[in-house]
Write a protein that binds this ligand. Sequence first.
Ligand SMILES: [Cu+2]
Length: 181
Amino acid sequence: MKRYWMLCIAAVMLLPGCNTDTETTETGNIRQAEKDTASIAAGAPEAAAADTILQAVVHLTLTASGNSLEEMRYDQDTLEAKAGALIKLKLINEAEDMTMVHNVVFTAPGKYKMVALAGEQLGASGNYVPDTTTVIASSPIALPGQTVEVEFTAPLKPGNYEFVCTYPEHWRRMHGVFKVK
Ligand SMILES: [Cu+2]
């Protein structure tokens, strides 16, 4: 009986060491969970490939303004990101005129006009975004005064990709270069 109690005391004395181990494990699990969330948010196979390194996150804001076809514009003609980064882009539509409906669609190099014309053909029922591999990502439509968001993984291959508003006729003034480095 005496021996049994001795063992219990020894076990209690060892406990602080055990606690430290538990904390370390928990922190590890939390980090793993964050990583998983980032991969799911990106929703792309590239994200899974980058699983061992934390994916870089780039926050971008693009503002659309102007109240006519002649004045409408994005505030930037160039956006930049590292290859494979998780892009979190906000599109702010500052227009007040109800015809100024915008989106932002990221396309393969040299394809912005082709994608915009295909989107125009689809019309509102297709959200003005064609289902093609030349489209990398697209935001929802932002009505005047609205802000919308889009999240996607930047291409792994560096290059001068493009972005465009695919609402009918808007590609003429609303497009730019998406530099992936
Ligand atoms: Cu537009």
